[in-house]
Design a protein around this ligand. Structure first.
Ligand code: CA
Ligand code: CA
Length: 476
């Protein structure tokens, strides 16, 4: 905790006094938001900060004081998730030039636990190629399960599977002789949303069992109305449809339906994928506020694994606390190392660099098992690699496309964790992480680049888990 406080201080201490480095607008259906950078290069939303206070009265006192001293505080401060030591809020001020002053003055208050910029995060896909353009937003409700293709019995081979070198590299076919996955494993794809009517994904979507679709009632009382397949935190509705292609692609690598005679197969042939959208627009960007709400939703609604193919913002105590709560529940948090080709030991990337037992950070390799040129690395902060160059997966409109990025490597490991969890439901985050790391295939190209020096091998990971946890229980 002490170390964290220091990190927060070091980042907050260097917010530009005049944040003049204008980047552009985040896309999306909400009003455009200007993005600026802290002096050490982390993007944030102009004029917004997150603050954790010990009580709502403390927030009122803080805002009153800031109104007086800064004269420009807007009380757009919805109550968010309650933590043990208080609650966090978003504060907007009309003048970004006063943001640093606002954060610093907040931190001086005894009522304030911390204050930090509302950072911006991006999908970690290589920008060399334009993403396929998705069709317009999905239907008014959630997924159309009635239109889902029936699963063939016995299973029928997926036609494009031969084009998926990543599956062969990581020993997926051998692993499937032990398990193809299980609908009992709930994995959160925290991303740009999913085409939840995709022919090769719809059968592997989570369905919130306690929510009735389209009745306008929060049936399960979790604070979200009609959340049958997840939630759209960016647009604040129950339709986390993918407007970018990135999230549908990562979902397909985790668990496109295997053995249905259609398209491809995920690393897991079967799983329950929860779609949590906080990124969006052509850049696949999203705010710290929405990212943390997505993580909290996943934690509170039964996710066992979270897949996070995004990064970019600075150290956030709000996010650290949210991932730490997931850790307390044994939930594995898999994160992309980043695509700037740099050393994360020297320049931290978040969430990849959070030092928590449940965070597993992934670099990208290519079909020749070389570290991808764009992939971030870090012999202490990046744990292992997985295939992430020219990865074929699903995109909106029941289509398929190849993309590159640590975004594509990350869901390979997520799918592998699904397979482990299918066979050993009691494995917690630390054990899943250990089994995945201990079983990597050592590669010369990864020596000195990632802490294990190796690339994912799920077949070996299952063997390691078997040694530690005994004979597999039935796969389903
Ligand atoms: Ca609900
Ligand atoms: Ca398929």
């Amino acid at each position: 905790m002490k170390a964290c406080a220091r990190s927060v201080a070091s980042v907050l201490g260097v917010i530009a006094i005049s944040s003049v480095c204008f980047l552009g607008y985040a896309q999306g259906s909400r009003a455009p938001k200007k993005i600026a950078f802290t002096e050490d290069g982390y993007p944030y939303i102009r004029g917004e900060y997150l603050v954790k206070v010990r009580s709502s009265a403390a927030l009122e006192r803080l805002l009153d004081n800031q109104q007086e001293s800064l004269g420009s505080v807007s009380r757009k401060a919805p109550v968010l998730d309650a933590g043990e030591t208080g609650q966090w809020y978003k504060v907007q001020i009309s003048d970004d030039y006063k943001l640093r002053e606002a954060i610093l003055s907040a931190r001086e208050s005894a009522d304030v636990v911390y204050a930090e910029p509302n950072y911006v995060y991006y999908s970690q896909v290589s920008r060399e190629k334009n993403l396929p353009t998705p069709p317009s937003r999905g239907g008014k409700g959630g997924p159309d399960y009635n239109a889902a293709p029936a699963l063939p019995v016995p299973p029928v081979a997926d036609p494009d599977i031969a084009k998926m070198y990543g599956l062969s590299k990581i020993g997926a076919q051998q692993a499937w002789q032990v398990t193809g996955g299980s609908a009992k494993v709930l994995v959160a794809d925290i991303d740009t949303g999913i085409d939840y009517n995709h022919e090769d994904i719809i059968n592997n979507l989570w369905r919130n069992p306690a929510e009735v679709a389209g009745d306008g009632i929060d049936n399960d009382g979790n604070g979200y109305i009609d959340d049958v397949v997840g939630w759209d935190f960016r647009d604040k509705d129950a339709r986390p449809f993918d407007d970018n292609s990135h999230g549908t692609h990562t979902a397909g690598t985790i668990a496109a339906t295997g053995g249905n005679g259609i398209g491809i197969s995920g690393v897991a042939q079967q799983a329950s994928i929860m779609s949590l959208r906080f990124l969006g627009g052509s850049e696949g960007s999203g705010s710290l506020e929405d990212a943390v709400k997505a993580i909290e939703y996943a934690t509170n609604n039964g996710a066992q694994i979270m897949s996070n193919s995004w990064g970019g913002g600075g150290y956030s105590q709000t996010m650290f606390d949210a991932i730490s709560r997931a850790n307390d529940k044994g939930i594995l948090f898999i994160a992309a190392a980043g695509n700037s080709g740099s050393d994360n030991d020297k320049k931290a990337q978040y969430p990849a660099n959070y030092k928590l037992p449940n965070v597993l950070t992934i670099a990208a390799t290519d079909s020749a098992d070389k570290l991808a040129s764009f992939s971030c690395f870090g012999v202490t902060t990046v744990h292992m690699a997985a295939p992430g160059v020219k990865i074929l997966s699903t995109v909106p409109g029941s289509k398929y496309s190849s993309l590159s990025g640590t975004s594509m490597a990350t869901p390979h490991v997520t799918g592998a964790a699904v397979l482990l969890k299918s066979v050993y439901p009691n494995m917690k985050a630390r054990e899943l992480k250990a089994a995945l790391m201990e079983s990597v295939e050592a590669l010369p190209s990864l020596s000195g680049k990632v802490s294990t020096g190796g690339r994912l091998n799920i077949s070996k990971a299952l063997a390691v888990a078997k040694m530690q946890h005994g004979e597999p229980s039935s796969g389903n």
